[in-house]
Design a binder for this molecule. Structure first.
Ligand code: SAM
Length: 247
């Protein structure tokens, strides 16, 4: 039987609690009862939790045996900021697909008012990632960083860093991964990947030149121009399946 999963707000030994809106949803909407079992994620493991006390602001659990759970996939998504409702959709879907980290990027074509409003929006993005993590039965939500300018993102280190470019004059993403896994025979598993997806208006020509200079590989998702959230979801799904099926 699949038990609903919650990410604990507080953990101490064999006890855990969820509080605030989180607890209110469990008590008022899901009508939870003392003695009922749920899966409780404690960030580094998932355990069966039995409700020992509950109120609309606090639900306490006694933690029992560990439950099987998928480890996060080492995919970092550097997502250029664009219209919030569609950006948030990408956050939700890529969280479901298993990304381990999301970096909101202020790119040249990110609207200035969205760039300045993004700092205040980060808490909402973390809440969306947390709810999507519980719904998709992840062990823990992805790390969601504060918005950063592109030059900071370019400096990030990882075994493979890929910029999704709609310009079409670059290798297809699956081929980039295949080449990388071919290289894996000599230098070990694929390891962490950073994927960068441009804003609605795309990367500027100048930005696209900075990526290879910083050691990033450009990759295509095909001849059609995808919306940014579609590109983020497609690229994450392609990489996740490659990672989950690689030796
Ligand atoms: N500037 C583009 C245009 O209107 O011609 C649209 C940019 S697209 C909506 C937003 C981002 O999605 C791009 O910067 C790129 O990162 C990614 N993207 C969209 N289609 C892609 C494709 N076919 N291959 C690789 N990346 C793609």
């Amino acid at each position: 039987m699949t038990r609903r999963r919650w990410i604990a707000d507080e953990i101490s030994g064999n006890r855990a609690a969820i509080v605030g809106d989180h607890a209110d949803h469990l008590v008022r909407v899901l009508r939870a009862r003392v003695g009922q079992d749920f899966d409780i994620s404690t960030a580094d493991s998932v355990r069966r939790g039995r409700i020992t006390s509950l109120s609309s602001q606090r639900v306490e659990f006694e933690l029992r045996e560990e439950v099987q759970s998928a480890a996060p996939i080492a995919i970092t998504l550097a997502l250029a900021i664009y219209k919030f409702d569609r950006f948030e959709w990408a956050v939700e879907k890529c969280t479901e697909l298993g990304v381990s980290r999301i970096l909101p990027v202020i790119a040249r074509r990110t609207d200035s008012h969205l760039a300045s409003a993004s700092e205040k929006r980060s808490e909402r993005w973390r809440r969306i990632a947390r709810q999507a993590s519980e719904q998709s039965r992840r062990m823990a939500p992805p790390e969601l960083a504060d918005p950063a300018e592109l030059p900071q993102i370019l400096k990030l280190e990882a075994p493979l860093r890929v910029v999704l470019a709609e310009t079409g004059n670059c290798a297809m993403l699956p081929d980039v991964l295949k080449d990388r896994s071919a290289a894996a025979l000599t230098n070990g598993p694929i390891g962490e990947i950073i994927l960068a997806v441009g804003p609605e208006g795309g990367w500027t020509g100048e930005e696209l030149q900075t990526f290879p200079k910083a050691g990033w590989i450009a990759a295509s998702l095909g001849t059609t121009i995808l919306r940014a959230e579609t590109a983020a979801i497609a690229a994450t799904a392609i990489v996740a399946s490659a990672m989950l099926s690689s030796p």
